[in-house]
Design a protein around this ligand. Structure first.
Ligand code: PMT
Length: 424
């Protein structure tokens, strides 16, 4: 599933490949971005084409590669089309020449002209010889870009393609992808917010081959995680055993039992702004799980002693301070009355009440029919796909959080980490 980091479409990254030996690593960057749900289009300088063929990028991206300002059959004004399409411009590798052109507003080929026309944030991953990197001209150009809030990733120190050792090596593709996602997320209205989400069932072992559980598929919680990431939040999804693909751009912690889910949720919540608990946690577990497969004849299964599991929602809510906590209520009768009681008893900000006696609102269904209950109001939504329910929940959480607009300041610790380490 494509992650919608920006507005309602998959995040769009224009990848500018300039003529460094590391140009081949841009293929890995492209694949990494796609893995995170981004759509990528590529523009290359003529020098880059000497090092990697544009057809490689065309095949990988599934899009025409922009090479020329005038000789482009796909568009009469390719540089404006690409510049306006992109949510983020990523220059990787960025040569000293490309950096100098960006710093001075020079537009003499398709790459530099498109970059000058880009209204979106720009991430730059320099790669060059150590002396070129340390040259005062490059140092000044990089400072100019940083002052314009361009995010500079790397370069690393190490053995360079020219045989020298020092700063100038392209940052790893993983670092470059992280920097791109960081900047993309910084555009969302939950940028800088950390949200913990639980999803799926728990399995409570009876013996090595049997367990107590329920029919939760994880669809609701996974949809909430994807929606939160789409709004730019840093998301930790604590997932019980499900067979869903991990949502792009979301950190997933896999757990099995309620007690593991409690530990993982508490750990993640320690640094979070909000928690949304959509998991169907088993209320009970076998008091003692057998260490061998129980034999029906000798060890009857009809007398399993149960112990109560911890209530994750109540535990998290008791320790939340001014952080936001949202729980669910899965009910088959007295939906709203039970939901109101749960809201008061568990001490959370919102309860999402779903009537799981309905086929279109239950475990495993693709749709959900919910009422969002707060201490002040109740909002009943139409029955709709779980993705849309997730979006509505995230909007309510957003309203409660009142995002901090200063997060994007270039002086933020995360941004500083991505700044050049040497030579600048
Ligand atoms: O996963 P799907 O197939 O998409 O189905 C979605 C869903 C029906 C599982 C989901 O919409 C939902 O209702 N999740 C909560 C299910 C549930 O356990 O409801 P409950 O009313 O028993 O629990 C109330 C709240 O307390 C829930 O937020 C639950 O996560 C939490 N809880 C419950 C028990 C427990 N020991 N610890 C908890 O934290």
């Amino acid at each position: 599933m494509a992650v919608t980091l920006v507005d309602s479409h998959a995040a769009r990254v224009a990848l500018f490949v300039t003529g460094g030996i590391a140009a081949y690593k841009a293929c890995e960057v492209l694949r990494g971005l796609q893995k995170e749900g981004c759509e990528v289009r590529v523009a290359m300088t003529r020098s880059a084409c000497e090092l990697v063929g544009p057809r490689t990028f065309e095949a990988l991206s599934g899009h025409h590669v922009t090479l020329d300002l005038f000789d482009d059959e796909t568009s009469p004004i390719p540089h404006i089309d690409l510049a306006e399409w992109a949510d983020l411009a990523l220059v990787a590798p960025a040569t000293a020449n490309a950096i100098a052109k960006m710093a001075h507003g020079i537009a003499d080929d398709a790459v530099s002209t498109t970059l000058l026309a880009c209204p979106c944030p720009v991430v730059v991953a320099p790669a060059m010889n150590v002396h070129m990197w340390q040259n005062l001209a490059t140092v000044a150009n990089v400072e100019t870009l940083k002052a314009r809030n361009y995010l500079i990733v790397g370069p690393e120190s190490g053995r360079l393609a020219c045989g020298e050792t020092g700063a100038g090596k392209l940052a790893s593709p993983e670092q470059i992808v992280s920097a791109a996602l960081y900047r993309l997320r910084a555009r969302g209205d939950l940028a800088g917010r950390r949200i913990v989400i639980t999803a799926g069932p728990t399995h409570e072992p009876v013996d090595p081959v049997r367990y107590l559980s329920n029919a939760s598929s994880g669809k609701m919680g996974y949809a909430i995680a994807a929606a939160a990431a789409a709004h730019g939040a840093h998301v930790t999804l604590v997932s019980g055993p499900v067979s869903l693909p991990e949502p792009a751009g979301v950190g997933v912690i896999h757990v099995t039992t309620a007690s593991e889910m409690l530990d993982a949720t508490q750990d993640a919540f320690a640094t979070a702004d909000a928690a949304i608990l959509a998991a169907a946690v088993s209320d009970y577990r076998p008091d003692k799980a057998a260490d061998h497969k129980l034999k029906k004849a000798a060890e009857p299964l009809d007398k399993i002693e149960l112990a109560e599991n911890p209530d994750i929602l109540a535990t998290i809510s008791a320790d939340r301070g001014d952080r936001i906590v949202v729980g669910f209520a899965a009910e088959t009768d007295n939906l709203l009355q039970n939901a109101r009681e749960k809201l008061a008893r568990k001490g959370c900000d919102l309860i999402v009440a779903n009537d799981v006696s309905r086929e279109d609102s239950t475990f495993g269904a693709d749709t959900n029919c919910v009422t969002i209950v707060s201490p002040h109001d109740e909002e009943t939504l139409d029955c709709m796909p779980k993705e849309q329910v997730a979006e509505a929940i995230i909007e309510r959480v957003h309203d409660l959080l009142e995002p901090d607009d200063d997060y994007l300041a270039p002086s933020s610790p995360d941004a500083t980490l991505l700044m050049p380490k040497a030579g600048a």
